[in-house]
Design a protein around this ligand. Structure first.
Ligand SMILES: Cc1ncc(COP(=O)(O)O)c(C=O)c1O
Length: 464
């Protein structure tokens, strides 16, 4: 009989032969020996095919909230399976998406009353962009000239072409440039590398003054502003002061421009509040949700909007005002059942309340990393933390990208039993909410040790 090691070898071999992993330089992946092949999950832990346990330090790419194999969500999905796995939302309905819509409207920022389902973060954004565009054509009176979008530099909204057009991460998006539609770009609030060279905030960028004027100057051609509120995750956990978001909201209101908040990463408690917009007391016109919506169980997304926008799509079919957009698995009942159970847990466990001391603990522990000579900045909000590695703190010199420092630190952390995935040289810590304070302490310590191990090794190599 095949033993665990033999099975790992066999699976790795098939993987190398047939799989193409997302966002993965495949030559580098093929060199991983052995690759991490996850077979099971248990609470905050991933368990590989040989039975090794890893703390899931990035919540399986920011989706898992209450842990793996959470009984209530398992049961909800099983129960739903006992009825039906899927039926279409085109021309018919289903109880789970109906009930979930009411629950989402109940927790969303005020004014968002309509729920349009799709499958992933990118598709939630894609629907939002098309909705905003078509709204401007069909509102009374129509404003067809308001057809453009404004987004932030270093923004990330997913990998479909509309979302990539709005995205601003050169490494990911540059190659597709000829396929994209042009988007107006506002400067992001990356204070560590302040675009204005300001020594300390607020400069006109992070105070929101610059984007405020930018929106108003272009309001006549803007359908919408699309931003990740409070934290730009994929950019490396870049945080905005709440004032920034408020100024964006004010400019959109003054300029009659829709505000689309992409809370795919920040939604469902990640920043310590149910939605990041709450930190600034702001309601967007369109809200994009995915990732944590099912507690990390199944792909499901929702684009929420207001009655005002929805009303622009009303009318007899022959008027052509319908939103012709959708997917085969839109509103999938299994995903919606998981999402309902996820929201039940938030209520039953008082998840947000119980998360607060853990957030405080995480940030207390992270203080220790600030003292390491290879850490330029530790930033984030709530249970979203980024640790930016730097070769020379004083000269503010990054590591050369070919050193792959972030990746090497992640591999060193894995040896210690911590699974993390960096964004370039920014280490990301986003554990599931079910981690204990002891596990938080251990996790941050493991990261510190991994940084030291790799950075000292790198320094030695330079010396050689
Ligand atoms: C803010 C934001 N929007 C959209 C997406 C895309 O989500 P998905 O990978 O589910 O398409 C992500 C993914 O990280 C994200 O962080």
């Amino acid at each position: 009989m095949e033993d665990a090691r033999g099975r790992l070898r066999r699976l790795a071999e098939i993987d190398r032969r047939h799989l193409w992993h997302p966002f993965t330089p495949m030559d580098e992946w093929e060199g991983e020996d052995p690759p991490l092949i996850v077979e099971r999950g248990e609470g905050a832990y991933l368990i590989d095919v040989e039975g090794r346990r890893y703390l899931d330090g990035v919540s399986s790419l920011w989706v898992n909230l209450h842990g793996h194999r959470r009984e209530e969500i398992d049961r909800a999905v099983r129960d739903q399976l006992g009825r039906i796995a899927h039926s279409t939302q085109l021309g018919m309905a289903h109880p789970a998406p109906i009930e979930l819509a009411e629950r989402l409207v109940g927790i969303a920022p005020p004014g968002l009353t309509r729920v349009f389902y799709s499958d992933d973060g990118a598709t939630a954004v894609e629907a939002a962009l098309k909705m905003a565009f078509q709204y401007q054509l069909q509102r009374e009176p129509p404003r067809p000239e308001k057809s453009r979008f404004l987004a932030l530099s270093l923004g990330y909204h997913g990998d479909t072409l509309g979302a990539v057009s709005a995205g601003g991460i050169d490494l990911f998006h540059r190659v597709f440039h000829p396929l994209l539609f042009p988007v107006l770009r506002a400067e992001t609030t990356y204070c560590y590398w302040c675009p204005r060279g300001a020594e300390r905030p607020p400069c006109p960028v992070c105070s929101g003054e610059e984007i405020h004027s930018h929106i108003l100057q272009n309001a006549d051609q803007l359908a919408a502003v699309l931003i990740e509120p409070m934290v730009q995750g994929a950019a490396g956990m870049i945080v905005q002061p709440p004032q920034f978001l408020r100024r964006v909201r004010e400019a959109c209101a003054e300029g009659d421009v829709l505000l689309v908040a992409d809370e795919v990463a920040t939604g469902f408690g990640r920043t310590g509040k149910m939605f990041a917009c709450e930190h600034a007391g702001v309601s967007p016109d369109i809200l994009c949700l995915a990732k944590g919506i099912t507690g990390g169980y199944l792909p499901l997304a929702a684009t929420l909007t207001s009655e005002r926008i929805f009303d622009a799509f009303r009318g007899a079919p022959e008027r052509g005002r319908t939103f012709f957009h959708g997917h085969s698995y839109t509103g999938n009942p299994l995903g919606c059942a998981a999402a309902l159970a996820n929201l039940d847990i938030f209520e039953k466990d008082r998840t947000l309340e119980r998360l607060q001391p853990k957030i405080a603990r995480l940030w207390r522990e992270l203080e220790a990393l600030r003292g390491l000579p290879w850490v330029g900045e530790v930033r984030g909000l709530g249970f979203m933390a980024g640790v930016e590695l730097i070769a020379d703190q004083r000269a503010k010199m990054p590591f050369p990208p070919e050193r792959r420092m972030g990746r090497r630190v992640a591999l060193a952390a894995r040896k210690r039993g911590l699974a993390i995935r960096p964004l370039g040289d920014v280490l990301v810590l986003m554990p599931p909410y079910c981690v204990s304070e002891e596990e938080i302490v251990w996790m941050v310590r493991a990261v510190g040790e991994a940084v030291e191990e790799v950075a000292r090794g790198a320094a030695d190599n330079v010396g050689n």
